[in-house]
Design a protein around this ligand. Sequence first.
Ligand code: GRF
Length: 217
Amino acid sequence: MINTIDKRAVVLISGGGSNLQALIDAVKSKELKLIISAVISNVDSAKGLNKAQKADIPTSCIKHNEFSERINYDRALLKEIEKYKPDYIVLAGFMRILTPYFINQYQGLIINIHPSLLPKFPGLNTHQKAIDNKEKWHGCTVHIVTEDLDGGPPIIQAKIPIKKDDDSFTLSSRVLKREHKIYKKALQLLISGELEYKNKDIWLNQKKLTGPIEMLF
Ligand code: GRF
């Protein structure tokens, strides 16, 4: 039987940390059987660091602006992460593009949440892009991180309709609520072994997925 108790994650953040808080809450309620070993930010003012400290999670900050080369930043970040020997690296609003060097050290073990229905709207300003593109639907995606920016295999998506009077603020706040629900779900599926990433595909209960699991709310 797979041991679901001991999996450990380091969470990387850059900002408010509402996704981090949702994960902390899910760990507390035992919905997510994960140990958050540390939270690391690239910005020392990230509010998420206080959220971690309140939950007695070790925190550190490796400031990206102290490194002129991206690869040197990633090496320093890896060195900090390795102290905790995590099974997973969870990106929760971490606003940095990771180098292939970093990604290759934890192949298939870095997970991200992105605020769009990937492959639509990778990168930034996804909510405005969805509105400008006159999309009917928008949402968020949990995916495995590969060298392809926001292009790794998707695990779960949550889809919501765009309302006529939505602006990027109203839309982002509705999407964020869904992010908080699907991230913990995706991580628990991975940790429990129900969901696996192998040969560049996602498998759910030994069946290869042809697309992300869709969660409706
Ligand atoms: C979320 O929308 C996440 O998908 C994106 O950045 C935002 C971070 O929010 N990558 P928070 O820091 O978790 O509140």
